[in-house]
Design a protein around this ligand. Structure first.
Ligand code: T3D
Length: 260
């Protein structure tokens, strides 16, 4: 049987591909379980220093598989508690960068899982759709948290209340994503970025993720304190010493990514 998630080792980073192209990579429980396993493996493997998430076929992900849900609405909240929320948390908590290459439509939870990643590239044919309201649901997978933070309240509300699609170019100009790129450039560009990140001071990149995670709830004062704490930690790493030594010697740094 074809696996709903493909994992490819790429020398320091790995590509995780949602693989139900006939159903636009819509989430089933099986896909969720495979994806959770792939992220857990990436977290546990010290040699993996970056992750690239993408979709097979013409779509990134159409959100929840609406056929798999059937007519019984009783498990909908449970699905979020058991599958979607842990997924978003695991992406955000992964102490290494996650690049998302949005290769086509990203709808519903598919859009919000993409937006949970650290750096989002999208092909010009991609679009982002907060499709929830079209079926009488509420944006989930962190959508009501991340959208206003990325694009502001006015745009976030309109996107959530209308379910109108946003093109990749519009998403870039609004700050919803990092960059829109030509269709044929998406894979090489995302791979180049993941490969670059995999050579960087991974432990410090993980601390940067921690700082951004905390900043959403912190006062400036609290954030300044946190930055001092994280900077102390970062400055004890071999990568900090290597970064400074390489700068002084005018040579490229060779980072290990390790904390100690
Ligand atoms: O439990 C819970 O529900 C809570 C969790 C909710 C999280 C959510 O994500 S809710 C939102 C669910 N997603 C949607 O509502 C999006 C539904 N899909 C669409 O609106 C459209 O398919 C797209 C805009 C994404 C793409 O449109 P288009 O015209 O490019 O493709 P298509 O023809 O509609 O779809 C192609 C095939 O994929 C088609 O199958 P077929 O007829 O060729 O056998 C279609 O049924 C299937 N497909 C697309 N989306 C889903 C799906 N099958 C199951 N579930 C889907 N979400």
């Amino acid at each position: 049987m074809t696996s709903p998630v493909l994992v490819e080792e790429r020398g320091g980073w790995r590509r995780i591909t949602l693989n139900r192209p006939d159903k636009l990579n819509a989430f089933t429980a099986e896909l969720h379980r495979a994806l959770a396993g792939a992220f857990a493996d990436a977290a546990a493997d010290e040699s993996c220093r970056a992750v690239l998430l993408t979709g097979a076929g013409r779509a990134f992900c159409a959100g929840q598989d609406l056929e798999a849900i059937g007519d019984d609405p009783s498990g909908v909240g449970d699905l979020l508690d058991e599958l979607y929320n842990p997924l978003v948390r695991s992406i955000r908590a992964l102490p290494k960068p996650v690049v998302c290459a949005v290769n086509g439509v990203a709808a519903g939870a598919g859009a919000n899982v993409a937006l949970a990643c650290d750096i989002v590239l999208a092909s010009r044919k991609a679009k982002f759709i907060q499709a929830f309201c079209k079926i009488g649901l509420v944006p989930d997978s962190g959508g009501t948290w991340i959208l206003p933070r990325l694009v502001g309240d006015a745009r976030a509300r309109a996107l959530a209340l209308t379910g109108d699609p946003v093109s990749a170019e519009q998403a870039e100009s609004w700050g919803l994503i990092w960059r829109a790129v030509d269709d044929e450039a998406l894979a090489p560009e995302a791979e180049r970025l993941a490969a670059h990140l995999a050579t960087q001071p991974t432990y410090a990149l993980g601390l940067i993720k921690q700082a951004f995670a905390a900043s959403a709830a912190n006062t400036l004062d609290a954030q300044l304190d946190l930055e001092s704490e994280l900077q102390r930690d970062a400055s004890t790493t071999p990568d900090y010493r290597e970064g400074v030594a390489a700068f002084a010697a005018k040579r490229p740094p060779a980072f290990t990514g390790r904390a100690r």
